[in-house]
Design a protein around this ligand. Sequence first.
Ligand code: FAD
Length: 116
Amino acid sequence: NKRADCPPDSEELGRATWTFLHTTAAYYPERPTPSQRANMLTLLRSLPVLYPCTHCADDFGEDVKLNAPNVSGRAGLSRWLCERHNEVNKKLGKEQFDCAKTDERWKDGPADGSCD
Ligand code: FAD
C-alpha cells in the first residue's frame, strides 16, 4: 500500500475528482443564478483542457461535445454527471452506476442511517 503523502496516480486522482464533481453537483442550487450556471459551465469545460491525464481529458472532451452540460439545476446536473461518469465506467469495463442512487451516494447516505 502506498503512503498517503505520495503523489496521486490516475486512479486516486480520478476518485478524488469524481468525489469533488458529484458532491458539487449534489449541492448545486435547484434554481441557479445566471452567474452560478456560467461558472459551472466554465468548471466543466475546463476539465478537457486542464485535467492532468491527457487521454482521459481528450475522451471526456469528445463526450462533452456530444452531450452538452446540463447546468439548469441540481437534479439535471447530477444526472448529466452520472451519465458522463458511466461513459468512463463503460470504457474502463467497470459496472454501470444506477443514476437514481446519485443523491443517496453523494448527499443523503443510505436510508438505514449507516453513514450518519
Ligand atoms: P470511480 O470511477 O473513481 O468512482 C468513485 C465512486 O463513485 C464509486 O466508488 C461509486 O460509488 C461512484 N460512482 C461510480 N460511477 C458513478 C456514476 N456514474 N455516477 C455517480 N457516482 C458513481 N481513468 C482511466 O483509466 N482512463 C480514462 O480515460 C479516465 N477518464 C477519466 C475522466 C474523468 C473526467 C475523470 C474524473 C476520471 C477519469 N478516469 C479515467 C479515472 C476513472 O474514472 C476512475 O476514477 C478510476 O479508475 C478509479 O475508479 P474507482 O473504481 O475507484 O471508482
